[in-house]
Design a protein. Structure first.
Length: 57
């Protein structure tokens, strides 16, 4: 089964996707798009990039 998760900024997409990934034994591909217009957004992008909650596979 495939899931496409869409939503606005800070809508909980990542957390929702992580819960789905944790409940399934399938390979995971994460595609994240964002533009960094300020230091705050750059910090959020970096946190997502190294997110420990994502499955190893």
């Amino acid at each position: 089964m495939a899931h496409l998760i869409l939503g606005g900024a800070r809508s909980g997409k990542s957390g929702y996707a992580e819960r789905i990934a944790a409940s399934e034994s399938l390979p995971v591909t994460v595609v994240v798009t964002a533009e960094s217009f300020d230091e705050g957004m750059q910090a959020r992008i970096e946190r997502h990039h190294v997110r420990i909650d994502r499955p190893a596979g």
